[in-house]
Design a protein around this ligand. Sequence first.
Ligand SMILES: [Zn+2]
Length: 361
Amino acid sequence: MSLTPTGEIKLVFWPMAGSAEAQVTNLLHTLQWIRDAKPSRKEVHEWLKVTFGGLSEYFARNVYTVLLSSPGLVEVKDGKCCLTRDGYAVLTSPSTDYLLEVFARHFVGIAEILEVLQAKKSLDRNSLTMEWFALTSSRFSQMKRWSARHISNQLRERLDWLRSLGFVGIVDGQYLLTAAGRRFAVEHPPELILLSSSEIEAEEKAIRSLLTEPFNPFDTEVQRVQSSRQAFARNQGFRAVVVPEYTYSCAVCGFCLSTPRGIYEIEAAHIIPKSQRGADHPRNGIALCGIHHWAFDKGVISVAPNELTVLVAAYLKSRLDEPLVKQIVGFEGQPIRRVVHKQCSPAPESLEWHNRNVFIG
Ligand SMILES: [Zn+2]
C-alpha cells in the first residue's frame, strides 16, 4: 500500500518477478535497460513480459506502475521513459541502502517491519505478523479491512524484499535484523518512518503552546514523548518551529542552502541536548548548519548568554591558518543571527548551561 503525492492510496505491493534473491538484480537490470533504451511505456511492458519469463500483460503493467513509476524511479518525458534522480542514484549506489530508503518512502509497512524487529530482537512468523499488522494498521486504518490471507501475502512480499536486500534474516525459524538492517534502522529512522503531516503539526502545535508558559530549560513530564515515532514527529515539529525563526540560515555563519527539492540543510540544534533532558522549547533551540551544529554539540563553540555572540574554544585559535578551522574561529565575537519573533530567542538559562557543561572553553 502506498500513498502517492496526490494522496491517492494504492493497496498493492508487487515484488519484481523472480525469487527474492533475484529481485534486486532484476530491478537494477530493468533500470539499466530503461536508461540506455529510453523506451515508451508500452515498450517497457513488452520488455518485462519477455525478459521475465512471459509475464501477463496485467502483471507487467503492475510491475511498471508499482516498482518503477510509483516509487519515483522512472518518469515519462515526451513519451519516453527515463530514470529520475532517485532512479540514477539507485542504479549507481554501491549499497542497497538507498533502494530501501526509496521503497520505505513509498510503501507502507516496510519501515514498520524494521521497527518491530528492532524492538523485539527476533520473532517467529506468527508473532511478527501480529505485531506488524497491529502497528501498521494503527497508522493506516484502511488495512483493517484486509483478510488474514491478504495480510500474510502482503507481509511475505515485504519480507522477501528485505531479505533480498540483506536487511532481514531467519535463524531457527526466527526473523531478525541483520547487522546491516540494524545499522540502517538506527541511521535512517526519520526517513524510514512515514510520518503524516498531521502528526508533525500536532507536535509543532504542542511546541508552540510552550511559548505561552514560563520557560523551563528541561524536559517536563508533560513534554515527554511516548514512542519513538512520536519522538521523530517531535523532532520534525521542533525543526519546523526553530528553523524558520532563523530564516532557514545558520545562526553562526548565515549559511542557507536547499536541495533542488527544497529541503533545507539547516538543522535545529538543542542548546541543552535531548540526552540531558533539554526541553523541546523554541528557546532551547538554535538553527545551525552541519559544521556549526557539530562544533556546538562538541563544545568547540558556544554562545554568550546575554550578548548572544559566538564563543570559540581557546585550543583552536592558534590554527587560524587552516581554512576549515577559520570557518569556526572566524566567527568569534560575532553576534548570532536574530530570530524573527523575540520570544523564540535562545534562553540565557540554556546558554549558561551549555557554557558550563558542554563548551570546552
Ligand atoms: Zn554555520
